[in-house]
Design a protein around this ligand. Structure first.
Ligand SMILES: [Zn+2]
Ligand SMILES: [Zn+2]
Length: 143
């Protein structure tokens, strides 16, 4: 069995699936239940992450983690947004907003295109085959 360091507290533990130790797992589950119970109340359905954090004592980061894990769904709770990792606009899933995701995709495909052109040019400048054959002929004749 492989030893791991808990992502949350750093303790060494063994678990084939989870990235956090048993203690932290139970703590997170407890936190999740708290958040979920809070949100289940009709009056809290439109609470924002800071409001939830304040009311439940659960860290905002952890609430965002639940969102990213899709355990909390923005479709059910419209105010559960967190900042895009690139530009900071509020998003409800993934790590980037739609614009940044598109931007990044475009940059990536441009990079790939540039790569392809470089590769093409490199091929064109490779020594051409017939010069080698010519040399061979030359050498033969020289002998
Ligand atoms: Zn831990
Ligand atoms: Zn963004």
């Amino acid at each position: 069995m492989e030893l791991k360091n808990c992502e949350s507290c750093g303790a060494v533990f063994v678990d084939p699936v989870r990235n956090i130790c048993r203690d932290c797992y139970y703590k997170e589950e407890e936190a999740f239940q708290k958040v979920y119970r809070f949100l289940s109340q009709k009056k809290n359905r439109e609470a924002t992450i800071p409001e939830i954090s304040k009311a439940t004592g659960v860290e905002e980061e952890l609430i965002i983690k639940f969102l990213k894990q899709k355990r909390l769904r923005a479709s059910e709770f419209p105010k559960l947004t967190y900042p895009c990792e690139r530009c900071g606009v509020p998003i409800v899933e993934g790590r980037l907003c739609g614009d940044c995701a598109r931007d990044l995709e475009q940059t990536l495909s441009l990079q790939l295109e540039a790569e392809r052109i470089r590769e093409e040019k490199r091929k064109q400048h490779e020594p051409v085959y017939y010069t080698i054959t010519k040399d061979k002929h030359k050498r033969k004749r020289d002998r």
